[in-house]
Design a binder for this molecule. Sequence first.
Ligand code: GLY
Length: 561
Amino acid sequence: MRKFLFLLAFISTATLFAQFTDYNTVKEVKVSNKGVVASAFPLASEAGAQMLREGGNAFDAMIATQFALAVTHPQAGNIGGGGFTIATTTTGKKIALDYREKAPSKAHRDMYLDENGDANLDLSQAGGLASGVPGSVAGMFKMHEYAKLPMEKLIQPAIDLAEQGYALSAADANSLNNRKETFLKYNKNPIAFVKEEPWKEGDILVQKELAATLKRIQKEGQKGFYEGETAKLIVKQMKESHGIISKKDLKNYQVREREPLVIDYQGHQVVTMPLPSGGLVLAQLLKMVDLKGLKGMQLNSPEAVQLMVEVERRVFADRAEYMGDPDFIEDQTEKLLSPAYLKDRMANYDPSKATPSSEVGKVENLGKESMQTTHISVLDKDGNAVSTTTTINGGYGSKVVVSGAGFFLNNEMDDFSAKPGVPNMFGALGGKANAIEPNKRMLSAMSPTIVLKDNTPKIVVGTPGGTTIPTQVFQSIVDVIDFGANANIAVNAPKFHHQWLPEEVRVERDFPETTIKALEKKGYTFKKTYKIGRVEMIVVDENGNYHAVADGRGDDSVAVE
Ligand code: GLY
């Protein structure tokens, strides 16, 4: 009998292990009467789909996928970061959850300025002082109020993946190898992500300390992260890495359930996150472009790209001036979306030439781009939709792993404006509205979104990509609604991005040369870049079939119930 049980245990472990080491990405599915999950990694999407199969709804699938990404997508998936969720339910409820990180209570406006008053962005971008108080775990527990299965079950796939290990993709192995020196610089104790020999595709990454942390969360609930052993380890790490997150900061962290931002666009209802997320940027982009309208234009044609770039120029200038945490600043959402204001903003649009950025806003800068963060789109067979974007900001966040707890902390403090007029790691500028204050949430570009048609989900969409997030969600939505593209084209067509400053339009390498040449003649400057965005999109067609697409730019994958 004992022999039989041992054999059974061996077989089930072997099956589990085979499942974690043997996987393929699925880029696109079309289904009827089945739920779908799209995320940045196959095993994470599969964890979500498994919950659907076991009777869970879209919220269950989202929670399982988010925890699994914290294991299988360490550069962005997280429990040490924060995020936003938009959801719509079959009962007509629209939900907006804000579990963005907060500045620690000891943070202050000038904390990254040196003795000459210059911003030292090294400190806001890496090391202990770069971290805000994480919100992701609290966010998952808040979301669980809408789920059906026990939380213990939803965390289990992540625990298995951390404990048994999973096979690294080629991209992930390279990514870890490229960061080896940085990881060693910021971590004095051994971490799971560094080994003597370079990582190769197929190597098994085992994360025992992370598994133990996830088990504490599984056993103790939210307190398993924000109090007790995990909190103790975070605060200990803070002391070693010159950070300032305290036990009290962790214990006091609270999710904000906000009123979703809902706008009409071309006969659809767009449901997105309000401030401090990027949803307001997206809403302005859609409403401003709608003044002239894209109908009759072609996707990525010179006319369409020019109009969209000019809209992006004006909206990003507004972002720098007016946007921040609405709990700390005067919320200007109503003004920024008013037809009179938007019309006035477009009054100097001239289709014969590029509008100089100096004519739409006040400060100057140069900046660089990055594309971390991660997005999950879920639609269950009943029609509950959940769109979640979470982040630790840059790749592997602050680069600091909480010793003994096995997860990266975020470097989200860099999303504040360390000094008005000094660009952050995304080249984005901020002013007073996004200055650092204790317990304030830093402005985000994350824009998880659901588009409804006749009150049922038509599009579930989102992406990572820093400041490119709202422009990619914008493009994906208009690709479907205005240009009639299917989900695959909307996700994988060459993308462009403009953000007011720097005064250039970034385009992917395969962007149409004819469009570039036509617009260069009108005074636009183009800069070719490797990849923009990693969109996870679900589109529901006129027959009610789900068309789910995972971005071809990464290991992203769709899983079906
Ligand atoms: N850290 C990226 C964002 O929140 O926009």
